[in-house]
Design a protein around this ligand. Sequence first.
Ligand SMILES: Cc1cc2nc3c(=O)[nH]c(=O)nc-3n(C[C@H](O)[C@H](O)[C@H](O)COP(=O)(O)OP(=O)(O)OC[C@H]3O[C@@H](n4cnc5c(N)ncnc54)[C@H](O)[C@@H]3O)c2cc1C
Length: 171
Amino acid sequence: MSIDNKTALIVGAGIAGSSLAFQLAKRDYQVTLLDDNNHDEIEIFFNKAVEVSPHFMLNNTSYNALMTKASKFSYQLIKDFNFSKKDSLMDGVVKLYEENESEKLIEKVASLDIEKSAFKYLQKEIIKKKYRIDDKAGIYFKYGGWVSPKKLCSTLIKHKNIKFIPKSKCC
Ligand SMILES: Cc1cc2nc3c(=O)[nH]c(=O)nc-3n(C[C@H](O)[C@H](O)[C@H](O)COP(=O)(O)OP(=O)(O)OC[C@H]3O[C@@H](n4cnc5c(N)ncnc54)[C@H](O)[C@@H]3O)c2cc1C
């Protein structure tokens, strides 16, 4: 297939659709992106911030490995946009768990293919002292933070190879 033939139609300009549109556009696809709302009316954009962090399960190593990669990928993508602090802060995330769950999880996380400085176990006493929250331990993840979904998506779809058509319902 020649580069000129690379076209894609994506339905939905939320985080998934906008991210896919951006990744394809970077690879020289001409992308048409539809949403049945205007850009300002997309539901997730009413949220000021979405959290970026890995979600782990105790008994699923493949899932945990995928989550770790996905979180690191999103972290880097958002960092590279260099948004102002009003729109994003990618300084890591602390996730709170029950103490025994936290101890089991940290063992699973430690076995993943990720550098040791990317996470840290935070004992109950530290969480209490730092955040005044009782009876929770935590794990700090370096590759996390928050971003304004509206800012992120509107930046992603600015790519010259993306044509966004609002108010167009597909199917
Ligand atoms: C209150 C709240 C808080 C959340 N916080 C977080 C968070 O912190 N972190 C996180 O990762 N996730 C969070 N989520 C989950 C979040 O909604 C999803 O991660 C994210 O929005 C999923 O993106 P998406 O692009 O898959 O879907 P959506 O954001 O739902 O986007 C789908 C888009 O497709 C359009 N569409 C659907 N059907 C059609 C059609 N037939 N024709 C044309 N357009 C169509 C819709 O208008 C919509 O704009 C939160 C959800 C809610 C409700």
